[in-house]
Design a protein around this ligand. Structure first.
Ligand code: PLP
Length: 361
């Protein structure tokens, strides 16, 4: 809109001030090992997006009245970069930016320019490349974060925003690594209703899920499987993964109704299955049908998909106080194959015929 193209300023940490890399990558875990730099930019109505800068990782200064802190106008993304023999690569960053803008639209926030942000992200990763871990199963998790910053008390869309990206060296999301998890079918609390913000990666969705996860953890479960908010009848998704069931050879997952997150990994799994001639259905699947398939011996296997969770086998479901084992609590054959194919593409061990990977440096 006649505004000047934004410049990207880069301010590096001095060599001597750089953080210490983890000594043992096998203990990385998830979400604690942040890198030396971050990217940020600002939005105001007068200036549009401006002040794009890569700079040392630092604490934010926010007005205590910043409206995101009160009314939750706050969204984020999650994607990964992988160290390969031929450099560092990103997996489908365009899909994450597309989803970020879809979330922004729903939350009355201002769209970002995906190309500008992906380029800035590549610069940031290049600067912090020593943080991308080397061991198999590890990666660099990328957290684009978008918050409303206008100081006011009152409910209306903010006129000011901060967008930033931080990076984090990570290992496996679940402490158990690539192994079956126990999932509780949640029939009391709900995550998102039709017409709500379930399809957006809105911070409040996660706050709303905490109570259910806490109760489930006390009962020995890793996460919960949400049912639809209207009838508690249809399976939707798991805490941080989309959910797939393999019934009688057919892969079934919830359709994108608006109450679940349109996972990038979900989309990738569906495309891989279709290209391998595996039958896939995106349809409403009732919890009764799931339980019946298990009882009838027709539930071949089940797994979740997500950037952090990759492909995670689901070994059992807890529903109404009863435990239902799936595939004898073992990793299913298709689950393993999908894990191998997806991570093979991400780590450059299998040809990326889909064009999903893009080189950073
Ligand atoms: C609620 C929810 N569903 C699904 C997913 C999987 O999405 P993606 O494959 O894009 O990581 C996530 C991922 O973070 C999530 O938070």
């Amino acid at each position: 809109m006649g505004r000047k193209k934004m410049e990207l300023k880069i301010t590096r940490k001095n060599e001597g001030e750089r953080g210490k890399l983890p000594e043992d990558e096998s203990t990385l875990g998830f979400g604690t090992c942040f890198t030396d730099h971050m990217f940020s930019m600002y939005y105001t109505e007068e200036r549009g997006w401006h002040g794009a800068e890569i700079m040392p990782y630092h604490n934010l200064v926010l007005d205590p009245a910043a409206c995101s802190l009160h009314y939750g106008q706050m969204i984020f993304e999650g994607l990964k970069a992988y160290r390969r023999d031929d450099g560092i690569w990103l997996f489908r960053p365009d899909k994450n930016m597309e989803r970020l803008n879809a979330s922004a639209d729903r939350m009355c926030m201002v769209r970002i320019d995906p190309d500008f942000v992906i380029n800035a992200l590549k610069e940031l990763i290049t600067i912090d490349q020593r943080w991308v871990p080397h061991s198999e199963g590890t990666s660099l998790y990328i957290r684009p974060t978008f918050i409303a910053t206008e100081p006011f008390l009152g409910v209306h869309p903010s006129t000011e925003y901060l967008f930033y990206i931080i990076l984090c060296a990570v290992g496996a999301y679940y402490a158990t690594g690539f192994a079956p998890v126990k999932i509780k079918v949640e029939d009391k609390f709900v995550r998102a209703a039709l017409g709500g913000v379930g399809f957006a990666k809105a911070a409040g969705n996660y706050a709303a899920s905490l109570k259910s996860a806490e109760v489930a953890a006390e009962e020995g479960y890793t996460q919960v499987l949400w049912l639809d908010a209207q009838e508690r009848k249809y399976v939707e998704e798991v805490g941080t993964m989309n959910q797939f069931f393999v019934i009688d050879g057919t892969v079934i997952t919830s359709p994108l109704t608006g109450s679940i997150l349109p996972g990038v990994t979900r989309d990738s799994v569906i495309q891989i299955c279709k290209s391998e001639g595996i039958s896939v259905e995106e349809r409403n699947l009732s919890i009764d049908e799931v339980i019946k398939a298990i009882d009838d011996g027709k539930m071949d296997e089940a797994f979740g998909s997500g950037t952090a969770a990759v492909i995670t086998p689901v070994g059992s479901l807890g529903y109404k106080g009863k435990e239902y084992k799936i595939n004898d609590f073992k990793v299913g054959e298709l689950t393993q194959r999908l894990y191998d194919t997806l991570t093979g593409i991400q780590w450059g061990k299998i040809e990326d015929k889909y064009g999903w990977t893009t080189k950073v440096c």
